[in-house]
Design a protein around this ligand. Structure first.
Ligand code: 13P
Length: 291
């Protein structure tokens, strides 16, 4: 199946009261594990590539080529979107689209609202010509966005009126309002701004995106979905599953040297972690076919 945009996936998720997971690619094994989990769960899936991982993984054309080759190799028959996560500039979004990505996030949330709108509008115009989808961010999501460490003090919840302006003036497809979720492990109890989430959803009418989907209690995830969250981003929980499996193997087998011996258990652990999220988000079985 060819790569698709997020449009139909998110519309269907909103209508069906579930969320589609965005799982970040870190390397080949993550890509394999996420695709295999999606196919086995019969779940639509969004593969996220954050800007910091582009050079690490060999560049945008290589990443797109790897994903397309694996889809063919495994005979994947569920909808797969390839999405740039936290693109910080117009240029990187265009390069991702040119490489074959079917969706981009323009994260101009570090700019003033006017500038954020201006950049997001340009990205949206270009992406829509190609049939690709666009996600934008308002407010700042705390914690670590890979190389980008957002200062706690700078962290702000998205303002509903600003969200309405951004949506009305840009034609984006989905919105990630910062509402207290963090990238990376939570320090203490997560406190999501559910009232504001409901208000932003009501005022904008768009599918909402929840970043920092790792480590959230199941009830908070379900509540976010009930308030119009149709996309949930997860990376840290999969990274923890991967690294724990490698650590366990190497501690038990200190003489090991063949990477397959620890990377296969790691890949299986990532796949289990992704499958569990798909079940929690309610996307299992939503691509049709037998689970
Ligand atoms: P976590 O790493 O906290 O799951 O967040 C992932 C994310 O939001 C990527 O944009």
């Amino acid at each position: 199946m060819a790569l698709v945009s997020m449009k139909a996936m998110l519309d269907e998720a909103l209508a069906g009261q579930y969320a589609v997971g965005q799982f970040n690619l870190n390397n080949l094994e993550f890509t394999q594990a996420i695709l295999l989990a999606a196919n086995e769960e019969r779940s639509p899936v969004i593969l996220g590539v954050s800007e910091a991982y582009i050079p690490y993984m060999g560049g945008l054309p290589f990443i797109a080529g790897m994903v397309e080759s694996l889809i063919k190799h495994y005979g994947i028959t569920v909808p797969v979107a390839l999405h740039l996560d936290h693109g910080s500039t117009y240029e990187v979004c265009i390069r991702a689209l040119h490489a074959g990505f079917t969706s981009v996030m323009i994260d101009a949330s570090h700019h003033e609202l006017e500038r954020n709108i201006e950049i997001t509008q340009r990205v949206t115009e270009a992406a829509h010509v190609l049939g690709a989808t666009v996600e934008a961010e308002l407010g700042r999501i705390t914690g670590r966005e890979d190389d980008l460490v957002v200062d706690e003090a700078e962290a702000m919840y998205a303002v509903p009126e600003d969200c309405v302006r951004l949506v009305n003036e840009t034609d984006i497809d989905c919105l990630a309002p910062a509402l207290g979720s963090v990238h990376g492990p939570y320090r203490g109890q997560p406190k999501l701004g559910f009232d504001r989430m409901g208000e932003i959803r009501r005022l904008t009418g768009l599918p909402l995106v929840l970043h920092g989907g790792s480590g959230l209690p199941d009830e908070e995830v379900r509540k976010a979905i009930s308030l119009g969250t149709a996309k949930i981003n997860v990376n840290t929980d999969n990274q923890i599953a991967c690294t724990s499996a490698i650590r366990t193997y190497l501690l038990d087998n200190p003489e090991a040297y063949d990477p397959r011996h620890y990377l296969v258990p790691a890949r299986n652990a990532i796949q289990r972690s992704v499958s569990a999220k798909m079940r929690l988000f309610g996307s299992t079985g939503k691509a049709g076919g037998v689970v």
